[in-house]
Ligand binder design. Structure first.
Ligand SMILES: Cc1cc2nc3c(=O)[nH]c(=O)nc-3n(C[C@H](O)[C@H](O)[C@H](O)COP(=O)(O)O)c2cc1C
Length: 176
């Protein structure tokens, strides 16, 4: 199915709905140049410094964390409904010891403007260049959130990704 470039606000409801469930596929590249994919349900989209931005909170323990830190870009990919169960797989095994893209029969394809590839089988793609990253500051966090989410001190880093390209499949609203 043909994909075209679209505006970053054109499919916000589809992006946010799929973020919540089943989760977005975040793709980055490791030190060996191998693409890796993980599932992410948290994030936000908006405007910072006058630029369209996605903020991806990624815990330090994720293989993806080191990949994004090094490459300083990532892509977000929305799965079609019929492949939604892959979000569980990509969100429960690590790229440290799995080639998830091969094991899930997915295809990494070149991005238009970033080094991280997109996942061809997905229907909506955001390419993001990291312009800022900061870790959760435990002292600035209310104790309730600290207690519930960070017992093991595995804090998130917020990767502020400037959205530099968005592509969508023509019939995506029927497929998500
Ligand atoms: C539905 C779902 C949503 C998730 N959302 C996030 C998230 O927003 N941030 C995060 O750091 N981990 C999240 N995870 C966990 C990672 O996807 C998981 O730890 C994954 O195995 C990391 O892969 P990696 O080690 O290859 O980077 C989520 C997992 C699932 C199943």
């Amino acid at each position: 199915m043909a994909k075209t470039q679209v505006g970053w606000m054109d499919y916000l409801p589809e992006l946010v709905r799929n973020m919540e469930s089943p989760g977005l596929l975040v793709v980055s590249v490791d030190a060996r140049g191998r693409p890796n994919v993980m599932t992410a349900s948290w994030g936000s989209i908006g405007v910072y410094w006058g630029l369209p931005m996605f903020i991806a909170p990624i815990r330090k323990s994720r293989y993806t964390h080191g990949c994004i830190k090094r490459t300083r870009d990532y892509t977000l990919n929305v799965l079609p409904r019929k492949l939604a169960e892959l979000a569980t797989f990509c969100g429960t095994v690590s790229g440290r010891d799995h080639d998830k893209i091969a094991e899930a029969n997915l295809t990494a394809a070149r991005g238009l403007k970033v080094k991280s590839p997109i996942i061809e089988e997905c229907v909506l793609h955001y390419e993001c260049k990291v312009v800022h990253a900061n870790a959760v500051a435990p002292r600035a966090l209310v104790s309730e959130i600290e207690r519930v989410h960070y017992r093991d001190a595995d804090y998130h880093t917020y990767f502020f990704g400037q959205i530099v390209a968005v592509r969508a499949e023509e019939n995506l609203r029927r497929r998500v």
